[in-house]
Design a protein. Structure first.
Length: 123
């Protein structure tokens, strides 16, 4: 199936809602990962258990981020490889912030193009 045919099947209002959820979750995961790094430094560097409770909530937040990424990816017809790479970005401190900006901009441009009825561009 061509990119144009694939893009024509995208529900733009629904995709915008899913993009917003993805952006929020990417930001939360980014902050959560920084807190997890702080927890590990405190625990293993200083034997301080002040944030010992954080890994479990962070895991749940990460799972929600993975779901948000998959929901957005299916909505805008990403290939599986792109979805997996965006999901993995949530595992690297600070990378989720950059990926959220990059992916958000790409998807916004794609949705704007679809709303205007412009043809798909080569990727």
């Amino acid at each position: 199936m061509s990119d144009l045919a694939r893009e024509e099947r995208i529900d733009v209002p629904s995709a915008r809602t899913k993009l917003k959820f993805f952006k929020v979750m990417a930001f939360i995961v980014g902050i959560g990962l920084l807190v997890l790094v702080a927890e590990m430094i405190l625990q293993y560097g200083f034997q301080n258990d002040a944030l010992a409770w954080w890994p479990q909530p962070h895991g749940l937040i990460f799972v929600i981020y993975v779901v948000a990424t998959a929901v957005l990816g299916f909505a805008v017809r990403w290939p599986l490889s792109k979805m997996v790479l965006v999901m993995l970005a949530g595992c690297v401190p600070l990378l989720s912030f950059w990926v959220e900006r990059k992916v958000g901009g790409e998807v916004e441009a794609q949705l704007d193009r679809l709303e205007r009825g412009a043809p798909a561009t080569a990727r």
